[in-house]
Design a binder for this molecule. Structure first.
Ligand SMILES: [Zn+2]
Length: 431
């Protein structure tokens, strides 16, 4: 269990430019608002237990005691497990409103003394409750407007717009791209490409990027996904050869490079590789939007595969997650029956690996995410814990089960042996 105080909410991802301000005084002042440490959840007793209802009861108790951060973290779990859980959604909003309003009071009180610090507090309030009346009023009264996911003054908006082109140019330089790479802006995306003409090809790519982004934000709604005001950067090379030279990579169809904060692809010419596009973009969204650093390769790659095999329709404007991916199931089966030289990777090994070159690591990892999302008892709660425990935002990470995937399984009355048994049976039978 991670235990965070209320004040920890202010430590995450400040807007660019105020990231490094010291906030010790603020943190100390806010520590007084923090709820007491959350008691560890009781050890799981068995499979039949109704975890969701227990979590709800505990969350309600905490909310009643005004332990708002703690209560909110539990409502997030329920909402992730069941996005249609209106009660959890409503209660999470209530809790977020209360925290947000407290932060607004503090921010407003600090305004004259230290505008930059006060602005940071108000932005934290806005992230928790973007539509909050108190926070909106506080910003508006001080001459701020919401622009591209960030509250800015008129002068800042002008500067942002003016510098948008410059930012594109400087990003192009950082990414070591030639001047013949044009820049296309679409919503949150900045696309760099040397593809001349052939506009429909790029259009299909842009549609897929947007549909994928929307689906990802919906999937991770309970995490309060962050609007990446620094943008999502995507590079499309016309020629594979140029991609190879630029990336120093012979055997990939696309890559996300976290250090560069950009994803790189090339147009294959024989029908674009949308599975690779969605796979690699998932890595960028985990990094910048979900702000999750999945240390377990099976989860990071499994999620990327899960999104990678989403079905795109209507000119790539629509996307559907969660279909059984036949070719992956086929490979898992070959491994299960030791056919064609495939060997099944024990799930305990798979889910402890920091990286792996083994086959069929990717397919089996897809299988983990698909099973957790669609067929394993409490699977979505288990997935939430595994993702939330490595989220960079304290209000999400708060009270997530830490210590590895086996701990998470135990928390929900399972273990690796049980998980593997169900997994093997599911993929031996699924159609
Ligand atoms: Zn990957």
């Amino acid at each position: 269990m991670a235990v965070f105080g209320f004040s920890a909410l202010l430590h995450y991802s400040e807007p660019v430019g105020v990231r490094s301000l010291p906030r010790i005084a603020l943190v100390l002042a806010l520590a007084a608002l923090a709820g007491a440490a959350l008691a560890p959840a009781q050890a799981a007793e068995g499979k039949g237990k109704n975890f969701a209802s227990e979590i709800m009861t505990r969350a309600d108790e905490l909310a009643k005691e005004e332990k708002l951060v703690e209560a909110g973290a539990l409502y997030r779990k329920l909402l992730f497990a069941n996005p249609k859980d209106d009660a959890a959604l409503k209660k999470l909003r209530t809790v977020n409103t209360k925290i947000s309003e407290k932060l607004v009071d503090i921010g407003v009180g600090k305004w004259e003394e230290d505008r930059e610090e006060a602005g940071g507090i108000l932005r934290a309030a806005a992230r928790l409750q973007p539509e909050g009346k108190a926070v909106q009023a506080a910003f508006k009264e001080r001459g701020f407007k919401l622009h591209e996911g960030e509250w800015r003054t008129e002068a800042e908006i002008d500067e942002y717009k003016r510098s948008d082109k410059e930012r594109g140019d400087s990003r192009r330089e950082e990414l070591r791209l030639n001047a013949n790479f044009k820049i296309i802006r679409q919503g949150v995306f900045r696309i760099f490409t040397d593809v001349a003409g052939g506009k429909t090809k790029i259009e299909l790519m842009l549609n897929a990027l947007q549909a994928h982004y929307d689906a990802y934000c919906e999937f991770i709604y309970a995490f309060s996904p962050r609007f990446p005001s620094e943008g999502l950067d995507v590079v499309f090379f016309m020629k594979r050869e140029d991609y190879k030279v630029h990336m120093g990579s012979d055997d990939t169809l696309g890559l996300y490079v976290p250090k560069a904060g950009a994803s790189f692809f090339f147009l294959t010419g024989e029908g674009e590789d949308f599975a690779t596009l969605l796979h690699e973009m998932t890595h960028q969204l985990n990094d910048k939007v979900g702000e999750i650093d999945l240390e377990l390769a099976a989860l990071e790659e499994g999620l990327a595969e899960y999104f990678g095999y989403a079905q795109l329709t209507s000119g790539n404007r629509k996307i559907q997650l969660g279909k059984v991916h036949g070719p992956s199931v086929q490979r898992i089966r070959e491994a299960l029956y030791n056919r064609d030289g495939e060997v099944f990777i024990p799930l305990e090994e798979l889910l402890r690996a920091r990286r792996s070159e083994k086959s069929p690591f990717y397919q089996q990892s897809w299988g983990v995410i698909h099973l957790l999302r669609h067929d394993y008892p409490n699977g979505r709660l288990i997935l939430f814990e595994a993702m939330a425990s490595v989220c960079r935002r304290p209000e999400v990470r708060h009270s997530a089960v830490e210590g590895g995937f086996h701990k998470v399984l135990e928390e929900y009355g399972s273990n690796f042996a049980e998980f593997e048994k169900v997994y093997r049976k599911f993929y031996a039978e699924v159609k």
